[in-house]
Design a protein around this ligand. Structure first.
Ligand code: RB5
Length: 152
C-alpha cells in the first residue's frame, strides 16, 4: 500500500521510527513532515496527509502529534476521512473491521514506539469486515457529513 504520514513537533520522533517499520512491512511511505522540534501547527500536516488519502494518491494515512487528539480532530473535518485515535491493539483491529478507518492517529507522548509499531502493523493488516451492519453505520456517518457539506 501507499501510506502518507505526517506529524507535528510533538510527534516527528515517533514518525521517524514508524516510517522504516512500515517500509519493512513492504509498504511505500511518503513523509509530509515535520522533521524537527520547531513548533508547528498540527492541522497543516493533517490536511496534507488527508488530501493524499481522499485523492487516492495514498491508500491510508498516519498522523502523529503529542496526544493524537488534535490530529484526529483535524483529520475528521476532511470529507471522506474516517480517522481513529488508537493507543491499544484491540482498537487498532476493531476500527479497521468496524469503522473502515482510512487514517490512524497516534500520540507520541502517550505510547512508546514498541506499542505504536504493533498498532500500526495490526491497523495496516486488518481488512474491513464488510459486515452489513457496519457498512450501514458508516453510511449513516457519511450522511451526517453530507448534510453539513456545502457544495458550491
Ligand atoms: C503540541 O504541544 C500538542 O498540543 C499537539 O502535539 C497535540 O497533542 C494536540 O492535540
Amino acid at each position: 500500500m501507499k501510506i502518507a504520514i505526517g506529524a507535528d513537533h510533538a510527534g516527528y520522533r515517533l514518525k521517524d521510527v514508524i516510517i522504516p517499520f512500515i517500509e519493512s512491512l513492504g509498504h511505500q511511505v511518503t513523509d509530509y513532515g515535520c522533521s524537527c522540534a520547531d513548533s508547528v501547527d498540527y492541522p497543516d500536516y493533517a490536511l496534507q496527509v488527508c488530501q493524499q488519502v481522499v485523492s487516492g494518491d495514498a491508500d491510508k494515512g498516519i498522523l502523529i502529534c503529542g496526544t493524537g487528539i488534535g490530529m484526529s480532530i483535524a483529520a475528521n473535518k476532511v470529507p471522506g476521512i474516517r480517522c481513529a485515535l488508537v493507543h491499544d491493539l484491540f482498537s487498532a483491529k476493531a476500527t479497521r473491521e468496524h469503522n473502515d478507518t482510512n487514517v490512524l492517529a497516534l500520540g507520541e507522548r502517550v505510547i512508546g514506539p514498541g506499542v505504536a509499531e504493533e498498532i500500526v502493523k495490526i491497523w495496516l493488516e486488518t481488512e474491513f469486515s464488510q459486515g452489513v451492519r457496519h457498512q450501514n453505520r458508516i453510511n449513516k456517518v457519511q450522511s451526517i457529513e453530507d448534510r453539513f457539506t456545502v457544495h458550491p
